[in-house]
Design a protein around this ligand. Structure first.
Ligand code: NAI
Length: 548
């Protein structure tokens, strides 16, 4: 007889196998007749899913379909993603997730994750306890204020934690039941959302100042109480809050900020690749950042950590990094600098350098990194100047989305006479120059955070440190083959992301153990190699037997 429990199994995404329930399982669970007679394997189900997806006319429709599949049959959702991650990642995350967040109030079906609004102040722990899973190990949290390059999307930013966590599972195998997406709803300053009857969040302007920070404090403390083994990933906060929040919590709880530390790691991995291409070390270079916000400070701090490992004293390492903001080159004479910018404000004898070309001429960098959101800022004149200063100029326009990129791959390669070493935040297609093939690399954070997350999960790390991101960068650079370098590619191909993530996770896990930060001691004692530990805890998107 069909019991409410059997019905629940069919309608619970984590348990449901759909037509893949075997005859014996159907009999045992009492669901015979609730499905068509044919018993199908995962491969047949995947065929059907791909056909459904192909019939959807737009990326947004495909996003909605995939989101519903995740609610219906979780194993099938992850099997589908795993079957072709380079093709499906852009549908569950950037760029499609940007549009999904903008349209969130209009396209939402079943809610995912936890919404914690200011109205619940004083009750945050209670709200966390409403989540059905007890052993949450990863929380991706946003306040929706700086969603990708799209600005304040308020509660509609939920698409970001949901998408990011899906990639933790799809790319690295962090078990989905360990993951919790959270939005802190502190209001929105997005006027069109506030005027939209379908906006689903709290309808007031953003709360700021002490009231805001007290609320985040309550959230962080409540997580320690309700999910003491959880790592908190801060995501898509503006630099006004992201940098202070990271400073406030990084030494007190297990947390990190992917926009700062993940970005830094993937950029430094690219710099390791570039240095390998040139037969140099990172200490041999001078770095100019166009843009002086959270991404810039994260990358510069990690570069300095590496330069110090290469033997430079801290002051000398910092002196290799120069920042430029909208007012020009940042120097020790620049007024009104934020604390984090002060450490990259150096004495400068040359008067002022208000424009990028002036800054390039003054600093004479070998590496130019764009994190400004200013499209086309790396002009022909700037790239030609970099190419006249350097045999192999390193040009990294990292701003997203593509429309904000400081230059295209084609421009960098063409204007440097094919000599630029190039990587970007947004993807660019392969191109030919002078009969040679160039494959532009994309410094996508997805190379890093799922792997670091898996290592933290496997070892039960008590803290997340910058050193973990540096080791992840080093490991990522090792995955680049000589054949990749031959075509100008300084990141490994995305098609191997699952193997790459496992490799990185094992390296980071080893560091966590060496630094005494691990808490899963018995699991660690039970394995000979970290690879084995990683493999043991990884989620496998295949159906388990329901006959046990
Ligand atoms: P942010 O808002 O903290 O910093 C932007 C900086 O650019 C600020 O210092 C601002 O003063 C500066 N800026 C603005 N206009 C300028 C101008 N005309 N000239 C010189 N500087 C100017 O933003 P954040 O988080 O640092 O991100 C910057 C960019 O990097 C974004 O486009 C973001 O999408 C991208 N990014 C890319 C990542 C990746 O591809 N892996 C990861 C993280 C960020």
């Amino acid at each position: 007889m069909t019991t409410p429990d059997a019905w629940r199994i069919l309608h619970t995404a984590r348990l449901n196998k759909g037509t893949a329930f075997t005859e014996a399982e159907r009999e045992r669970l009492g669901i015979t007749g609730l499905l068509p007679d044919g018993v199908e394997g995962l491969d047949t189900q995947l065929l059907r899913m791909r056909a459904h997806l192909e019939a959807k006319p737009t990326s947004l429709e495909k996003y909605i379909y995939l989101s519903e599949l995740q609610d219906r049959n979780e194993h099938l959702f992850y099997s589908l993603l795993r079957s072709d991650l380079p093709a499906y990642m852009p549908l569950v995350y950037t760029p499609t997730v940007g549009e999904a967040c903008q349209r969130f109030g209009h396209i939402m079906r079943r809610p995912k994750g936890l919404y914690i609004s200011m109205r619940r102040k004083g009750r945050v722990a209670e709200i966390l306890r409403n989540w059905p899973e007890r052993d949450v190990r990863f929380i991706v949290v946003t306040d929706g204020e700086r969603i990708l390059g799209l600005g304040d999307l308020g509660v509609c930013g939920m698409g970001i934690p949901v998408g990011k966590l899906a990639l933790y599972t799809a790319c690295a195998g962090v078990p989905p039941e360990a993951c919790l997406p959270v939005v802190l709803d502190v209001g929105t300053n997005n006027e069109s959302f506030l005027a939209d009857p379908l906006y689903p969040g709290a309808r007031h302007l953003r709360v700021a100042g002490d009231e805001y920070f007290d609320f985040v404090d309550e959230f962080v403390e409540a997580v320690q109480e309700v999910f003491p083994r959880a790592c908190i990933q801060f995501e898509d906060f503006t630099n006004k809050t992201a940098i202070p929040l990271l400073e406030r919590y990084r030494d007190r709880v297990c947390c990190f900020n992917d926009d700062i530390q993940g970005t830094a790691s993937v950029a430094v991995a690219g710099l390791f690749g570039a240095a390998r291409m040139m037969g140099s070390a990172m200490r041999d270079h001078r770095y100019l950042f166009f843009g002086a916000g959270s991404a810039a400070v994260g990358i510069a701090d990690l570069i300095c950590m590496q330069l110090m490992r290469e033997g430079l004293p801290e002051g000398d390492a910092r002196a290799r990094c120069w920042f430029m903001n909208s007012k020009g080159l940042i120097t020790s004479a620049s007024p009104g600098l934020a604390d984090y910018q002060q450490r990259y404000a150096h004495p400068f004898a040359g008067g002022s350098a208000a424009t990028l070309i002036e800054a390039v001429r003054a600093v004479r960098p070998s590496v130019l990194i764009g994190v400004s959101t200013v499209a086309k800022a790396f002009s022909e004149e700037v790239i030609r100047e970099m190419a006249s200063l350097n045999r192999r100029p390193v040009i990294f326009p990292y701003s997203n989305p593509t429309s904000r990129s400081e230059c295209t791959a084609e421009e960098a390669i063409q204007w440097s006479g094919g000599r630029a070493i190039f990587a970007s935040g947004s993807p660019f297609p392969p191109l030919h120059h002078d009969g040679r093939l160039f494959v532009p690399g994309q410094g996508n954070n997805v190379y890093i955070y799922p792997a670091v997350g898996l290592a933290v999960y496997a070892t039960g790390a008590r803290r997340v440190t910058d050193e973990m991101f540096l080791v992840a960068a080093e490991a990522l650079a090792e995955r680049v083959t000589d054949q990749d370098l031959d075509v100008g590619l300084i990141y490994p191909p995305m098609s191997g992301i699952v193997e790459t993530s496992s490799f990185l996770a094992a390296r980071v896990a080893r560091l966590i153990v060496e630094r005494g930060l691990a808490t899963e001691q018995s699991a660690i004692d039970g394995v000979e190699h970290m690879e084995e530990l990683i493999h043991r805890v990884q989620y496998d998107p295949h159906y388990p037997s329901m006959l046990g």
